[in-house]
Write a protein that binds this ligand. Structure first.
Ligand code: GYE
Length: 331
């Protein structure tokens, strides 16, 4: 440990008092015109999709904790799965002249106008978790998140391998995520492409369960009523799969045995269901994006170049792997 001499320490204290004083002085100037505040402190406005799933809850915790750890002031808004609320929040952040705007777009389309407003106000935008389909890539600095097509493909490839000796049709039902959301579009695409390798594998019904347990349960009930033979369920997230478990059990079927269940995310409850033999396979999607997001915010604020796309590292889990990983699972 280093020991400072008394006069040095006094000078340090004085310097920090002056610094805090000057920070406080400009801290209140965000009603003034033109440009963002320049008080050395970073303020981030973050618009979250909602609180629809275990994944989302873990993601929110990660972002809040990482902001505190990085000394970034976070303004946080929960859009309750509504694009109009996200647009409103982003406009507020522009008015408040935050240093960086980050958000997880609930759907892919319809962002150009508000993103252009942020760009005109010279406030950099970081897309987190989900992307947008804007043709103009200059509307945002970077996109940090998973490769959802890959997640769908990994889920499909596992099923192809499991069913490679199937001589008759394998009936699959699909619980899609929120309509128009990037992970719903992309997971459907990746899964569809992978199972095309075996013409016996057929998606006989596919509908949105809105990424929620309640949605998963309700849509699975309909699937079970409308279809006599269901062999496989592919749910775009754990929560819908967990909701579907209730419907399957209520219909007198054994999840994980009568119906093979594949999901995405690998949150704790999903991993528990997998370890218990109720799910059969999970493609992981990590919600722990906070630390990387804060790093990016600092770089962007400092005017540094950042890669246009930053992909999250992920894996997959079988039942045996879930049993092994569960004790150390953080979310
Ligand atoms: O898979 C799902 C959540 O955007 C990756 O949103 C995220 C998805 C996640 O509601 O559980």
């Amino acid at each position: 440990m280093r020991v400072h001499s008394a006069p040095w320490r006094a000078a340090t204290v004085l310097a920090s008092v002056l610094l805090v004083g000057s920070m406080a002085a400009c801290g209140n100037s965000d009603t003034g015109g033109g440009g963002t505040k320049d008080d050395g402190k970073i303020t981030m406005g973050f618009s979250q999709v909602g609180a629809e799933s275990g994944w989302r809850t873990a993601n929110t915790v990660s972002i809040k904790e990482a902001a505190t750890a990085a000394g970034i002031e976070l303004k946080f808004d929960d859009a309750q799965q509504k694009q109009e609320n996200q647009i409103k929040a982003i406009r507020n952040y522009i008015q408040q002249k935050v240093d960086v705007i980050a958000f997880s777009p609930v759907v892919e389309s319809g962002w150009d106008t508000v993103l252009k407003e942020a760009k005109d106000a010279k406030i950099p935008v970081i897309l987190t978790d989900r992307s947008v389909d804007s043709a103009d890539k200059s509307l945002y600095k970077t996109f940090l998140g998973s490769d959802f097509v890959k997640e769908g493909r990994l889920a499909g490839e596992w099923l192809v391998e499991q069913k490679k000796t199937a001589s008759g049709p394998v009936n699959i039902v699909e619980l899609q995520g929120s309509t128009g959301a990037a992970p719903a579009n992309d997971r459907k695409k990746g899964f569809g492409e992978a199972i095309a390798a075996n013409p016996n594998l057929k998606v006989i019904a596919s509908q949105s369960g809105d990424f929620t347990r309640a949605g998963g349960k309700q849509v699975m009930e309909q699937f079970l009523k409308a279809n006599k033979q269901i062999d496989v369920l592919f749910a775009h997230n754990d929560d819908m799969g967990l909701g579907a478990l209730e419907a399957i059990t209520a219909a007198g079927k054994v999840p994980g045995k009568d119906i093979t269940i594949i999901t995405v995310d690998a949150v704790k409850d999903g991993m528990q269901a997998l370890a218990d033999g109720k799910f059969n396979f999970i493609a992981e999607c990590s919600p722990l994006l906070g630390p990387q997001l804060m790093d990016l915010a600092k770089k962007v604020k400092a005017g540094e170049e950042v890669p246009a796309r930053i992909e999250t590292e992920e894996t997959t889990f079988t039942q045996a792997q879930a049993k092994e990983a569960l004790p150390n699972r953080k979310y």
